[in-house]
Structures are given as structure tokens and as C-alpha cells.
Design a protein around this ligand. Structure first.
Ligand SMILES: CSC[C@@H](O)[C@@H](O)C(=O)COP(=O)(O)O
Ligand SMILES: [Zn+2]
Length: 224
């Protein structure tokens, strides 16, 4: 099944088909739809990227609904986050994607969404970490083989200055097992390829939804 919505296929400057680019774009379009189906990219929220084997980075264009992406909605940036074509405006948060690619040589896809659970839970506390413990689904994260564990997910204050935000994130990247949360904003998750990144995002969002349900139960019990 192809998720490429246009009939034109990408061309290299020499005029040959750019199959690797097309595949990356298809993966991004498909993942955007999937995230939209789950309610994680409301309005123009969220951004997605893939790093190709040759080092190129395909990232969503800034603005627009990520559940309705077309091939024109994905553009190429360098590892420094700047657009290869000056007129193309990449995601406002491209720097956060590039930071992950620069830090983790095996990272091949990065996903960012704005779920209700990540937004509400991160605003319900001022803690700089959120803990996920004893869940079977924790095994979706790299190196986790049992539910008998507790993973810390860092929570960073939201910041419209993405370069400054990336400097806060940089201090904690080495220890991250399950991505990170920006308070009142959303999650960042990555993986060696798009399928793994999507699975990890789905795992993290499931666990955050469980935490939110548990918080509601605790509140109801206290009220009773
Ligand atoms: C609905 S506003 C969301 C944006 O401010 C931002 O956080 C976001 O996720 C999408 O920005 P974008 O520049 O389209 O990648
Ligand atoms: Zn965002």
C-alpha cells in the first residue's frame, strides 16, 4: 500500500527517481495519519522526521495538519536544522529532531505529538520527572525485559525558544529510556526506524493514559 498521495515521484538533480526519499516521505505521511487517528496531533500540532541512510533528514513542513500530509508537507533539512531549499520552512521544532539525530547515531525516526495525557499529566505536577513502574508495556522501550522496573521520563518546562529548550534537553539525553515530555505541550520519542519509533510512541502514550486514569481514580476515591 502506498501512502504517497501525489502522482509525481521525487527526482534527484540528475533526474533519476529518489526511491529512498519517497520511502521516507511515505513513512512520515503514514505515521502522521496514525498519530491523528489516535488524537495525538490536534490542529497543526506535532512534527515528524526520518533520517535517511545517506544522512539526509526528511521533516514535516511547519504548520498544516499532520494527519493530512502530502508529499509537499515533507522537506529536507541538514543536521543543523536548516532547510536545504531556503524557501521551505521546516517544523518550528526541527532543532529538537536534529539534536536527537546528532546525539544518537542509530536514531532513524523522531516523532512529536500533543496528546491529552502528556499535556494534562505534565501540568498536574511541578516534578521534573514522571515515573512509569510495573507496567508490562514498559518492555517496548530499548533494553527493558521485565515489568519489574521503573523508568523516569524527564519533564522540561515549555519554551518558545527552541534553541534554549534544546540546551535543557541536552543535559539529560544520555539517560533517556522512553523519550521526554515538554510540560503542557507533548512528547518526543525516537527509534532506529519509523516502525520502532511509532511503537515506542504508542507504548508511551498508553502508559501516560494509564497514569492519567489512575490519577482520576485516586481523586475519586479521595472525594468519596
Ligand atoms: C498547534 S501549535 C503547535 C506548535 O506550536 C508546535 O508545538 C508543534 O508541535 C507544531 O509545529 P510545526 O512548526 O508545525 O512543527
Ligand atoms: Zn509541539
Amino acid at each position: 500500500m502506498s501512502f504517497v498521495t501525489d502522482t509525481e515521484h521525487a527526482r534527484t538533480p540528475s533526474g533519476t527517481s529518489d526511491i529512498a526519499w519517497d520511502k521516507a516521505v511515505e513513512q512520515i505521511i503514514h505515521a502522521g495519519r496514525r498519530m491523528d487517528q489516535r488524537g495525538w496531533v490536534p490542529a497543526t500540532a506535532g512534527n515528524l522526521s526520518v533520517r535517511l541512510a545517506d544522512g539526509r533528514i526528511a521533516v514535516t513542513r511547519s504548520g498544516g495538519h499532520k494527519g493530512f500530509l502530502t508529499r509537499q508537507g515533507v522537506i529536507e533539512v541538514g543536521l543543523d536544522g536548516t532547510s536545504i531549499r531556503p524557501k521551505d520552512r521546516p517544523s518550528a521544532e526541527t532543532l529538537l529532531h536534529c539534536q536527537i539525530y546528532a546525539h544518537f547515531p542509530d536514531a532513524g525516526a523522531v516523532l512529536h505529538g500533543h496528546s491529552v495525557a502528556s499535556t494534562v499529566l505534565s501540568m498536574a505536577s511541578t516534578d521534573s520527572e514522571l515515573y512509569l513502574a510495573d507496567y508490562e508495556v514498559l518492555k517496548v522501550f530499548e533494553g527493558q525485559t521485565t515489568h519489574e522496573t521503573r523508568l523516569a521520563v524527564p519533564v522540561f518546562p515549555n519554551d518558545q525558544d527552541i534553541a534554549r529548550l534544546s540546551r535543557s534537553v541536552a543535559l539529560f539525553l544520555n539517560d533517556m529510556k522512553a523519550g521526554y515530555i515538554i510540560r503542557g505541550h507533548g512528547v518526543y520519542v525516537w527509534g532506529p526506524d519509523m516502525d520502532t519509533a511509532l511503537a515506542r510512541l504508542e507504548g508511551l502514550e498508553f502508559l501516560l493514559a494509564c497514569e492519567l486514569e489512575q490519577a482520576k481514580l485516586r481523586a475519586a476515591v479521595q472525594e468519596a
